[in-house]
Design a protein around this ligand. Sequence first.
Ligand code: UD1
Ligand code: MG
Length: 446
Amino acid sequence: MIRAIVLAAGKGTRMKSARSKVLHEICGRPMLWYVVQALRDAGIGEIVVVINSELRDEIEGFAVESVVQEEQLGTGHAVGVALERLEPRSGRLVVVCGDMPLVTGELLAGMAGSLDGADGAASVMALVTVKMPLPSNFGRIVRNGGRVQRIVEVRDATPEQLAIDEMNAGIYAFDEAALRQAVTHLRTDNAQGEYYLTDLVESFVSAGKDVRPVLTTDHLTVLGINDRIELARARKEMNARLCAAHMRDGVTIVDPDTTYLEPELEIGEDTVIYPNTTIGRLSRTGRNCVVGPNSRLSNAQLGDRVTVRESVVSDTTAADDVWIGPFAHLRGETRLGDKTHVGNFVEIKKSSLARRVKVSHLSYLGDATIGEETNVGAGTITCNFDGERKHPTVVGRNVAIGSNTSLVAPVSLGDGAFTGAGSVVTKDVPSGERVAGNPARPLPKK
Ligand code: UD1
Ligand code: MG
């Protein structure tokens, strides 16, 4: 079993942030989440993350082992701290920086194997190198006669070394025993006064050991995020990847540049997403849905053939053939049955609408349960809050709620009830009864 160390304790000074760098998000997940995910995709399950003390509480959500590096004395020191935690084994270790969210499982999967040479000889270290447009803040790969000699950090580099366009990506594989031995000899005689993991290259090479480069051409995949400009670039790239994956699976995304997705979404075939739409937090849509333009889904669970136009839908479940919008706001565990229709300027919170309910214009429904085929007239409001507590409104089937009705909760309307326009309903209305007025009173029987 190959083990991995993720370096995530750095101060992230260049982010100018009170938050740890690796917790900054791209596409709805912290950077570190993507790195851990890529390691898992590569079949590496045993992961130790080196963190700083601020990350101590936050790391739990990642389901990995962690070790605190109390003082950030450099990447070499961080690896040393991880090695103290790991029980020594003979085998291979992958080391990856936690600030490279675009790294792929594919790239990491090949790393441990890259220590093996074609001639059967094994190297002690392999590292991913990448050709990159200059200028760049990455460490430079210094070669001699084609062989990797050392890595020079930008702050320690001469002008000639800065002209080198082959960089250290920050992904390594080591023979564990060799690593344990070499890490103890690192020194801090460099511009940053840190223990550089990258100095191991020179120390192995000068000891006559082989260090093997794994050249990649895709420099975006190994982009290390050090400031918010790189963070924005990484987000753009990740979003493009997420959109491409859904398009390959049969989703039409009219404009991927203005469609903002997260990982772990389910979007059904033949769904069309219009511009300026954000879909996040484990949302799911069935087939043939239409979402957008200008919409936001957050933990929305939509069935088939659901339309969401210019609306905000969070923590909401909608069955099949539901219409939402334009300009609706659904939230807080709302449930919409088949063929419900929620129209313009309607807000619904923590309510359940049975099939074929219509709330077409200008309403607020909160803590309400509405029975099948009921029509909620324009401007109907549930007065669910008495200043201290929220109260429920229960409406039966086939109820006709007149325009501008106020339902003063707690209150219920039985099946087939009717309220006249402008009614203020303060008392329960039995099935079949017709009420009107303020306060609403029964109308004479027809
Ligand atoms: C590092 C490499 C550089 C490479 C680049 C790729 C070193 C010395 N330099 O530079 O050659 O091109 O990554 O992105 O390794 N960290 C710790 N503890 C520390 C210091 C850092 O855990 O004491 C972690 C950081 O959280 C980060 C990673 O190590 O995830 C790399 O540190 P960072 O400061 O970003 O190094 P770079 O300057 O980017
Ligand atoms: Mg970095």
